[in-house]
Design a protein around this ligand. Structure first.
Ligand code: F6R
Length: 618
């Protein structure tokens, strides 16, 4: 949700913190701030409402100091403003804190701390939940605790998932960090006579690939020479760094105008990387290494439940379709945030599959623990982030290998998740004897065409741009699909909403006549996903009904489909493929349609308003 950075070393901290924040701006971008301590403990704090560029202008005013922390915010408590921007400081000005997460019991803590504050003639300086943290630390310091113990005690009093970084004016050569629950993670980076801290790897890669991921409950005490971690009551230890295998180029925008566009174009490679080694043709085998369940366990699965949120939920819906069609196993999908508060009937023969590109989405993690606490059901997670919380909580993982996704709108991780779900359906079908070797081979050969389907879809970018330019002023879109294209219609509508701010609804085409049709007139464009397949004729009927209300139709169908082309106002022809593979041929086009309307409207595509890449708050 928010991004945290930290630095301690010999260099001037402010520019390093700022550069780190630039790589985390995808996590939050409504305000930002930096605090730096010099050798004598003199403190400088700079905060600005708005994007990082608003902070940059004042960066030169920051004094040189070789330890500091920084933050880019996605507002939860209190509107975006300089007053609510982090860092937050204790009333006496000694303790400085940045936080990612939510202090769920902040009202109680404020009430407890208020009399003390009032007695010293002070009051709260912000509307945030964060501000209780420096105050709690200051109280514990006043009770005689060391800073590390005071931080541990303060964090121990917070309810919710939180990552915290702090500096203390009496210890100017040190920064501290704490992780409680899953709040999007916090990583320590190891340099030569300098150390770094960040919520995510892209902020570290320019400096180091040697890292340590803090675990739940860890308190880290960091100076220029290294880090000491304390966990529970055990003695502190110096953790061994691990090496990350990520190229800084992977997190650079390169020649592309937006990260989203770069990531849309990376999809053929990302898909190939997801599939690599997982679609073995002879002897045929899907996912030979990732599913750590026994063959017996796979044979005994009687039902599959696929859960996720947003784009990952749409992938889950398509996964359900494949699991039913390819594996012949009863399957359902569910929205993780709803599922976790229901009492569905699961058991040891239900496989629960969570889809989460970040592996840190709180609703999905909540659903994973809901399953673990109540049922003895096996759990598989599909994620792009190795070592993420979802991989720690589930019994087995499929890591997508799509490379970092920086654009807030998920694109390449969507098609990566699709490939993983397709492979899962193949593996389950084969394990349960519903797919013969030859059938499995055929399904896998089909999947191997997916990268080229996507590649050919990307060549339609100019066509998508020229169509969408004609709808720049539209305030609404209805997106229709049937069968496996219905979740894609929902995904297309979600993409339009999030990056173009156009109201769009994804509907099952058969449902249109049960209500939404009342909206249609000549100013209400409809996007119809209509490749040739078992439900094509029904899609054609729905399109006729739309045409009869004079609504303009943009159809995405099989290239060369003259009948469809003639019927609609705008036709975009994707490479024809088998009925089960249309999610791969259509995905790049639905993403490009949304991208180009946002571009024509001049919007901030990589940082749409109100959104954040990793949703670690409820
Ligand atoms: C849409 C988008 C979000 C995410 C959702 C789940 O483009 O990115 O809807 O799909 O927040 O995130 P993950 O997949 O990280 O669980």
């Amino acid at each position: 949700m928010c991004g945290i950075v930290g630095y301690v070393g010999r260099q001037s901290a402010a520019p390093i913190l700022f550069e780190g924040l630039q790589h985390l701006e995808y996590r939050g971008y409504d305000s930002a701030g930096i605090a730096v301590l010099d050798r004598d403990g003199a403190l400088a704090v700079l905060k600005r409402e708005g994007k990082l560029r608003d902070l940059e202008a004042s960066l030169t005013e920051m004094p040189r100091g070789s330890a500091g922390i920084g933050h880019t915010r996605w507002a939860t408590h209190g509107p975006p403003s300089e007053r609510n921007a982090h860092p937050h400081t204790s009333a006496a000005g000694e303790v400085i804190v940045v936080q990612n997460g939510i202090v769920e019991n902040y009202r109680e803590l404020r009430a407890e701390l208020e009399p003390g504050l009032a007695a010293s003639g002070r009051s709260w300086q912000s509307d945030t939940d964060t501000e209780v943290i420096p105050e709690l630390i200051a109280r514990a310091l006043a009770d005689g605790l060391s800073f590390r113990d005071a931080l541990a005690q303060a964090v121990g009093r917070l309810r919710g998932a939180n990552a915290v970084a702090a500096v203390y004016r009496r210890e100017p050569g040190r920064i501290y960090a704490a992780r409680q629950g899953s709040a999007g993670g916090i990583i320590v980076g190891f340099g030569e006579d300098e150390m770094f801290l960040a919520s995510d790897l892209p902020a570290l890669l320019r400096h180091t690939t040697s890292v340590y991921h803090l675990e739940d409950g860890d308190i880290a005490e960091i100076d220029a020479d290294g880090v000491l971690v304390s966990r529970g009551g055990a003695p502190s230890f110096a953790p061994q760094p691990t090496q990350v295998n990520l190229d800084p180029v992977a997190v650079a925008r390169g020649p592309y105008r937006h990260f989203m566009l770069k990531e849309i174009h990376e999809q053929p490679r990302a898909l190939s990387d997801t599939i690599r080694g997982r679609a073995r043709l002879s002897p045929p085998r899907a996912l030979p290494a990732d599913l750590t369940f026994s063959e017996l366990a796979l044979r005994n699965i009687e039902r599959v439940l696929v859960i996720g949120m947003g784009t990952s939920l749409h992938a889950a819906m398509i996964g359900r379709w494949w699991i039913e069609q390819i594996a012949g196993i009863p399957a359902d999908f569910d929205n993780a945030s709803e599922f976790r508060f229901r009492a569905p009937l699961l058991g040891p023969s239900t496989l629960v599959v969570s889809v989460t590109q970040s592996g840190e989405t709180i609703d999905t993690l909540g659903a994973i623990s809901h399953v673990r606490e109540r049922w003895d059901a096996p759990q598989l997670t599909i994620t792009n982030v190795e070592g993420s919380e979802a991989t720690r909580q589930a019994d087995a993982s499929i890591v997508l290998r799509c490379g970092p996704e920086i654009g807030v709108a998920s694109t390449k991780t969507f098609v990566g998740s699709l490939a993983a779900l397709y492979l899962l359906a193949c593996r389950l079908g084969h394990a349960q004897g519903r797919l013969s070797d030859a059938e499995l081979s055929g399904r896998l050969e089909d999947l191997l065409t997916a990268p080229s389907l996507v590649e050919r879809g990307l060549q339609l970018s100019d066509r998508c741009a020229s169509v969408m330019r004609q709808f720049t002023a539209a305030s609404n879109f209805l997106v229709l699909g049937r069968g496996i294209e219905y979740p894609l219609a929902m995904e297309a509508a979600l993409k339009c909403k999030e990056i173009s701010y156009v109201h769009a609804e994804g509907y099952a085409a058969g449902e249109m006549k049960h209500g939404p049709i009342a909206l249609l007139d000549d100013g209400f464009p409809v996007i119809a996903l209509a490749p040739r397949g078992p439900l094509f004729d029904k899609m054609m009927s729905a399109i006729q009904q739309v045409r009869a209300r004079a609504a303009p139709v943009i159809a995405v169908g099989d290239a060369g489909d003259a009948e469809l082309d003639e019927l609609v106002d705008h036709f975009i022809g994707v490479p024809p493929t088998s009925a089960l593979l249309t999610p791969f041929s259509l995905s790049p086009v639905i993403q490009l349609l949304a991208y180009h309307i946002a571009l024509a409207r001049g919007l901030d595509i990589d940082q749409p308003r109100n959104l954040a890449k990793t949703v670690t708050v409820e």
